[in-house]
Design a protein around this ligand. Sequence first.
Ligand code: PMP
Length: 365
Amino acid sequence: NRKQAVSARVERWVRTDVQALKAYHVPAIEEHVIKLDAMENPYHWPSAMQQAWLDALQQIHVNRYPDADCSQLKQAFREAFHIAEDYELLFGNGSDELIQLLAMAVAGPKRTILAPEPSFVMYKMIAQFLQMNYVGIPLGTDFSLDVSAMLKAIETHNPALIFLAQPNNPTGNVFGEEKIRRIIEAASGLVVIDEAYTAFSSSDGYSLLADYSNVVIMRTLSKVGLAGLRLGYLIGHPGWLEEVNKLRLPYNINVLTQASTAFALQHVDELFKQTAQICADRELLKERLSAFDNLHVWPSEANFLLCRTLEHDAAEIQRLLLARGVLIKSLHGSHPLLNNCLRITVGTPEENEVLLRELAALLAS
Ligand code: PMP
């Protein structure tokens, strides 16, 4: 029958390593669940801003392709984030796409991507997609960057690409500029400073661009409130970004995203107000979670907190919490350093209260 015939052809033609992969799983969003699993900003826009946005969208026509170079949007970014003319910008459909484009630009079977572990899983996945060599160097037990192990790996593998997420996901800490400089100085290839969570942190790698020829800064609007629009961006030396740009599919940023992002940048103070609120609530939530004596909570410079259950099975806690209407992420089993770890995105004060109440009930039993 047809299904078997399809299977036979898939088996014959799809790369065996692709057949062996598991698709990236994102749980279906259930209504009424408090969603604290994906580092989203929990706040809607104020209603006047929402209305102004809808008004602005009335000027949009969808029959034409978008501006392929996003020239207006680039200008809006330069102004909003004070990006010097010396540097180029490149937009992606989320920074996920930018990781893929960067990797494609250097890919080859003998080429290596290096990153500390645990970190953002997409670095490794994309290396696998492109049949590249991936090397993950474990962080210390306190999640600090093991510089000497990283330097050794640089010497052994001469990586084409190094990803350093600062602050790091899922550990929430920053590695520190001095350590990052040592990695950059030792590397021949390109070092990507992934600043997805920079809005919640005092760290800022922008000044590294002035000092080094092998650095690019990657950021995203996903965590500050525009996750649904999908917009990530690279800031870097034109020489690097012009090459990466050749691999970008035309029109990767659609008209609605271009217009909506440009609109949001005119109201960037509103987004900053929300991120400041999230940072304050993160500290409150950290304090309250730390009060549970069977939970360890790490400090965080991101919009989430990493915790470890000391007496309970974290995966089970995650399941039971979902049954009580709160979705968080269990990292148990994803890396040896993350045994019984849970990652909780900071929600609104009301959402955080529900989380604390339900978690208290579960941890007490
Ligand atoms: N980098 C890091 C460190 C992340 O945690 C994430 C999202 N989880 C991303 C990049 C990708 O974000 P997006 O594709 O939404 O821009």
